[in-house]
Design a protein around this ligand. Sequence first.
Ligand SMILES: Nc1nc2c(ncn2[C@@H]2O[C@H](COP(=O)(O)OP(=O)(O)OP(=O)(O)O)[C@@H](O)[C@H]2O)c(=O)[nH]1
Length: 302
Amino acid sequence: MSTPEGFRSGFVSFVGRPNTGKSTLTNALVGEKIAITSSRPQTTRHAIRGIVHRENAQIILVDTPGLHRPRTLLGERLNALVEETFSDVDLIGMCFPAGERIGPGDKWILEQVRTLCPTTPVMGLVTKIDSVSKQKVMEQLVAVSKFLGPEAEVVPVSAVSGEQVDVVAEVIASLLPEGPQFYPDDIITEESDESRMAELIREAALEGVRDELPHSIAVTIEEVLPHEGRDDMVDVHATVYVERQSQKAIVLGPKGARMRDVGTQARAGIEKLLGTRVYLDLHVKVLKEWQRDPKMLGRLGF
Ligand SMILES: Nc1nc2c(ncn2[C@@H]2O[C@H](COP(=O)(O)OP(=O)(O)OP(=O)(O)O)[C@@H](O)[C@H]2O)c(=O)[nH]1
């Protein structure tokens, strides 16, 4: 691939406390739904790469899980993944919702960042600006600027209304080193269809369910087959794993009603992804303590 003169490219990672809008911003920048978002904190698990193509730049977004203190083996692996990701990025964008005070959690994250990659530039993103007054946005811009230091660029943005998303892309591009176009124009993620399908199902299964479920649900795609007798349809067989019988009941809902909604929602996303009609066959299985079993974690792709 030939690279025009002055072309900039590089890897960017968004960090911030859970629920600060990192995944939603990733999606808004890339323009297609790739990172999983939900109103529950800490649902992002994979280092999904979204790729933003600009005329004179290519931004490769590495969507890291929220930094947090490890509680289980899964937590430790997540943190190892975060460290690995950080050692390799050109820019870190730290997210601060416009309506929330900067606190000890932010301090802790910034300390980690400065320790793990002391020379990597950090920019501030004041997110969710549609949810507060202009005055509040101004105040947060000042606070973030103070917090990150005078060298840091700080940009306000709303991923939901789309306001300033373009400016974010522009500022990020300007902070990247000159470099080649790593990916062709039509590639927006490196994730396989299979793991994107699993994420769509997991996202649907998590929608609106109570605390503690996020880290207790895992999804595997067992098989993708042509639908018998129809060439405009595929069959996707998937398993949703939970850790306890009680969680299975929550996921299924009364008489399986919730699971049917999960299936409908996930199927719509998968049909869009694959560009074909889909028959989705979902099963829920209890797999005790899968988070603590290294073999199981491996099978589930962690
Ligand atoms: N009003 C408003 N809400 C937003 C905006 N961006 C994100 N949100 C909401 O904030 C919540 C969290 O967004 P996510 O993008 O999942 O946050 P995250 O930082 O990736 O969260 P983790 O995966 O837990 O680290 C969701 O309910 C979003 O809909 C925004 O620009 N405006």
